[in-house]
Design a protein around this ligand. Structure first.
Ligand code: MRU
Length: 349
């Protein structure tokens, strides 16, 4: 079955001399591309969520380095690596939690000194490879994850993990696309994902482009939905998975995992191996991005909270590994991930 036909959106588009990013702050009603001409503009677009989602920000950053290279004169890759250091640092600092950003930049930084006079072309090829490998990983994860789901199941997802958040097809949303295409998934529910509303503004819109029906719920309705029996799986993506299998993902994921275990539902995490961070021992060591409280104090630019109120806005949380039933990467499915199973699967990464 050709599941890739369920995939119509491309958020990160390299146009030969510029990077076009589908502005996710304006979706679903305005579909507008923001053009970045240098690494500073790419770093700003990552920080302000024009482009978002762990793999997508890694891919955008890689193209940001390609743009930075246009401002650098260097005879070989080693000289270029030194000259590109400020751009690499600025891109790396754009967002802290999703490891894919640092992973993509590290991949380029490690390769650069090995290249000769053709370093510019090799850099562009490497950025293209990062993007192509992500799309291939997503297609593979879609099939691996869907296989775990019994026909006729209902799933609940969180945040946006689709084509908008990746090179295409998506991680958790890729499993949902594949599961729907195979007739395994009969019902899709998406949490609205406060405060930035990735679920409400992006996920249900993205699925609508493919003709996949999805029902939006308030985040606070999740436990009630689980109790109703309409869903058998919670399927989410990840921003960083540590050596012991802990999972950082969009705020609210941890609460979903607890509620899923309580109600006897299965909890699946879907992420490419570029999201696995074996250098970090456990979720306690992950830097959780804190964004402005303003995201909580207003809706659509309209203030909804009395003046003078303070807000705390951590935008990710950590789900302990023992709440994860299945971790799907392009390398396969790991049941009940723990340090030993992570080492076995990714130790040679
Ligand atoms: O703040 P965001 O929108 O970048 O957060 C995105 C998420 O948390 C996704 O669930 C995660 O990146 C996995 S997407 C493939």
């Amino acid at each position: 079955m050709d599941v890739s036909r369920y995939d119509r959106v491309r958020a990160v588009q390299w146009r030969g001399d510029r990077l076009a990013l589908l502005d996710q702050r304006r979706l679903p009603f305005v579909q507008d591309f923001r053009t970045c001409l240098d690494a500073r503009e790419v770093a700003a677009a990552i920080a302000d969520l024009t482009v978002r989602g762990a793999p997508a920000i890694g891919i955008a950053a890689a193209w940001g380095v390609v743009l930075a290279a246009r401002e650098v004169q260097a005879a070989d890759g080693a000289a270029a690596a030194t000259a590109l250091e400020p751009a690499l640092s600025a891109l790396r600092a754009a967002r802290p939690t999703a490891v894919n950003l640092a992973w993509a930049l590290d991949r380029l930084s490690v390769a650069l000194p090995l290249w000769g006079g053709d370093w510019r072309e090799r850099l562009a090829s490497e950025a293209a490879a990062i993007e192509a490998e992500d799309l291939a990983a997503n297609h593979r994860m879609g099939l691996i994850g869907a296989e775990c789901i019994a026909p006729g199941s209902g799933v609940l997802t969180h945040c946006n993990t689709g084509s908008l958040a990746t090179a295409g097809f998506g991680t958790a949303l890729g499993v949902i696309r594949a599961g729907v295409a195979q007739g395994r998934i009969a019902r899709v529910f998406a949490g609205e994902t406060r405060p930035w509303l990735q679920g409400a503004r992006l996920t249900v819109w993205e699925l609508q482009q493919d003709g996949i029906d999805a029902t939006l719920i308030a985040d606070a309705a999740a436990a009630h939905l689980m109790r109703s029996g309409a869903v058998q799986w919670v399927v989410v993506g990840a921003d960083r998975i540590t050596a012991n299998g802990d999972v950082a993902n969009k705020i609210g994921t941890y609460a979903l995992a607890i509620a899923a275990r309580y109600h006897g539902l299965k909890f699946m995490v879907v992420a490419p191996s570029s999201t696995v961070d074996l250098a970090t021992a456990s979720g306690d060591a992950i830097e959780i991005e804190l964004r402005s409280g303003d995201e909580l104090l207003s809706v659509g630019g309209q203030r909804t909270v009395a003046e003078g109120i303070q807000a705390w806005n951590p935008v990710f949380d950590v789900t302990p590994a023992d709440l994860v039933d299945v971790l799907v990467t392009e390398r396969g499915a790991i049941e009940r991930p723990d340090a030993a199973r992570m080492r076995q699967a990714f130790g040679a990464a």
